[in-house]
Each structure stands twice: as structure tokens, then as C-alpha cells.
Design a protein. Sequence first.
Length: 538
Amino acid sequence: MKKTTLIIVFILSTTVACNDDLFDLTPQDSLSGDLIFADEGLIEAFVNRTYGDGIRHGFRRDANLDALSDNAYYTHNNGTWNFLEGGVTPDNGEGTTGNLWASSFSTLRRINLYFDNIETAPVTDAVKEQFNAEMKFIRAWVYYDLLRWYGGVPIVDEVFAVNDDPSLLVRSTYEEVVSRIVNDLDDVVGTLEMRDNSGRASGIAALALKSRVLLYAASSLNNPSNDQAKWTAARDAAKAVIDVIGDNTLHGDYSEVFLGTTTETIWERNFAGGGNNIPLQNHRVNTTNNPNGHAGWGGNTPLQSLVDAYDMANGLPITDPASGYNDQDPYVNRDPRFYATINYNGAMWKGRQIETFNGGLDTSEGPVQPWNGGRTGYYMKKWLNEAEPVNESVPSTFPWIFFRNAEVYLNYAETFLALGDEVNARIWMNKTRTRAGMPDITETGSALVDRYRNERRVELAYENHRFFDILRWQIAEDVLSGPSMGITIVNNNGALSYDYSREVLATRSFDASKHYRFPIPRSEINKSSGLTQNPGYN
């Protein structure tokens, strides 16, 4: 395909610029490709902007912290965030994904433009090698993000011109996209610094992304024949990360992991004050997810099913008659991760007890922003900093963690489960329980699989894993169909004793014939005769 001359709209701001004086010499509304790739500072700014566009963090939107899964209910749900009202259609799929298709292919176009021009750019080979590796990492991330939502997507290596045949845009298979991701990641591991705390791509981030991608590829949704070679590849990829991070490197306090950099963090996105030139959007998680009685927006409120997933402190599920669970005193003696993740009725927060009983301060009947009252009887605590003000004009600055050691340990455990090695599976999944102060898991067979999946759920809650785990395990029709439950709490005449009863909030509908993949936007299907839609969507 012919190479085209392009004009690139390039927003110049302090979040992108590496040298503020540099831009005084050039027009500040747009720059031609020739100008950008003639200057090392502009090239770096171009790469930095590609990070911000291509790698989307979990705080990017108010309602994406597990609100698609059975972990959370978005208080201000309008039917496009989850499957509560019959799922998504080709018209609103981009609303659910945050315009993922359009933004991803825009980013891939930037990356292709970069590779079309970088070889003739007047910079050293060392600079080219570094930037090339970073752009390949971003490209791998973008394809991974597309893959987990849509399945196989077009692999685009050229900058399309206006008059190019749209039928050239054809979907590759899932396996072909995985291969492309893995090839890019393998290419960059030896070039990038193994550890880079600035937020730029690193060797360990590439290894961690490869581990996740190969785990997804081995899972039943994408590996219906249960090809054991795929599980072996996923096991080896997780082991490659562990060879770098070590086999006993979980931070001692679970709750501290999510409020700043710890040794458990593999790769993260910094925000304002982060000290690098990657675009740093401030985030508002402390405002969007605090209880409304503290002027929060009650965003991603926990569902009862997540609350029930936390074991008792003795290690037994609450469904076990021997566990000691009392449904009228439900929050005592639970897994410590429960107290680090969920704000519940009676929990201390910002100097007072949370009130989610009927008429309480943190409900839609309270005097402070009642329209933001959570409907489930719970509020999210994980990711929130109790010391920060709940104020939209005072954004939070602590980082979003893309990868941490606990995820990789659990990835490794899952591969052993699939390969029939229950001993090693228990060893690796029990590491997260040991850190939490919980007894070891001892089950075998299908019960061990269930325990693993529950362990992954509670350990990684609100880290944007649960929805994609549900999909790749092909259990969504079971856990995302039917009633979504909260808790109703009645205060007995102000006596600080309560009656608890479960409440149906809504009825979800998950259509297994189509919802395991999201729809490609209809507008894109209409543009290209070669682009096929996912099954079940018109």
C-alpha cells in the first residue's frame, strides 16, 4: 500500500511536552508528520501521547470497577454499563467499552505512522531502539484490550489512506492476534529496562502482559478443545515473571497495596505528580466511590454476592454450617480482605460509622446528596484513601495498578490446576491467603477449582479482572443471569441493633449465544465489506 503524507493534529500540553520551549518554534494547532519525526523531542512527545491514548487505566471512567460483573452495581446505571437491561447491541456496545474500537484503531494508526517514519528520523540507534520497544509494547496492549472484548480483530500494519479499499480490513483469528501480541512482547523484553518505576513500559510489564494474554488464550472460551500445550505456555509465561519478582514477594498489608507504590507492584499508571511525561489524567475515584453521606457519588457499590464470597476468618465459606456465620450479625470474623475492600453498615470511615440502614446518613433517604445513595447497602473501600477529601476539584493521585505479584501467583496456580497438578495449584493460591492471614485451601477436584475461582475473585476485586474471568471461564450465563442482590437493613428504633434481609435490586439477562463477545460497532461493519460481525448481532 502506498505511503501517504498526513497532517497529525497534535494537542500540545504540559502533560505531553518534554521541553516547553521546543514548541515555541512550530505552529501549535497541528504539526506535519515530517516535522514531528525530524525532532527527537517531538518524537518523544508523540510516543508519550500514544501511551495516554492506547493504555487505558481502570480509573478512566466512573463506572468500570467491576460494574459489568457480579461484584458491583453502578448506582447511576442507565442500561449501557452492564447486562441489567438485556445486554448490549451494536449501537451501544461502544458506550459500554468506552469507544474502545474507535480509540484502539486510532492508536494503532499512530503506531503505524511512527514505524513508517522512525527509521529515517535523525536520532541515535539507541533512541530508536528504546522508542521502538515502547511502541511495540503499546501495540501489544491495544491488541490485548481488543482481544478480550471482541475476539479476533484485524491486524493492521499500514496507515490506511482515504481512498484505500475498505474491504482490506479483515479480522484475524484469535490465535493470530495472540501470536502477534506474544511476538511483540518477546521482542521488547531484552530492550526495555526490567524495572521502570516511571510508568513507562518495562521488561517485567511485558512478561506480565504475556502471562495474562496466554492465560486467557488457554481458558475454555478461547481453547474449547482444552489444548494442554496452551496451558503449558501459560504456565511457562507466569514462571518467567516469578523468576524476576520472586516466589514470596507479597506486601505484608493488603490494604496498603492500593494506596501507593509497594514492592508488590509490577507496573502501574502514575497520575499528577507522577514524575514522567506520559499524559497523567487526574482521577476521581475517591469522589466517585465514597458514601454519599461524605458527599461521594456512591459509584461502584458492592453486590451481596461479592460480600458472600468472603470466607469467615476460620477459612470456611459462609455456606458451611460449621463456619459460624450469622446472617443477623454478618460482618464479624470475616476474611481481612473483606474489611479492606468493602464499607458496610457500622464500619468506621472518616471518623464515623457507615449508615446504610433504612433512613441512614449514607442512603437515598439521608440529608447529604440523597440522589447518590447506593442501592446495595454497601460501598467500595478498596482504592479509596480515607485521608483524602471527597471533592471533585481535589483529584486523587495514587496510581492504578495494571499488574501486581498476586495476580501472577494466581495465574500460575490456575495453570497447574488445568494441567492436573493440584499440589502446586494449592501452593500458589495459598500464598495470597497466607498474606491475608487466612487458613490454607485444602480441597481437591472440582471443589478446588471453585475455591480457586473464589480466591481470585476476592483477592483481585475491583481490579477489573472479574468480568473477563467470568467470560473466559464461560460461567457468565450462571452468574450474570438472574437477580442482583443487595441488603436491606432496618434499625430497631435507634437501639443500634439491626434486622438484615436480602433484597433483589434488578434482574440481569446474559445471552450466552452472543454476549461472550461484544459487538463490533455497526458503523464499522457498514464501512468494510470484509469485516464480519460477532455472532448474534445484526
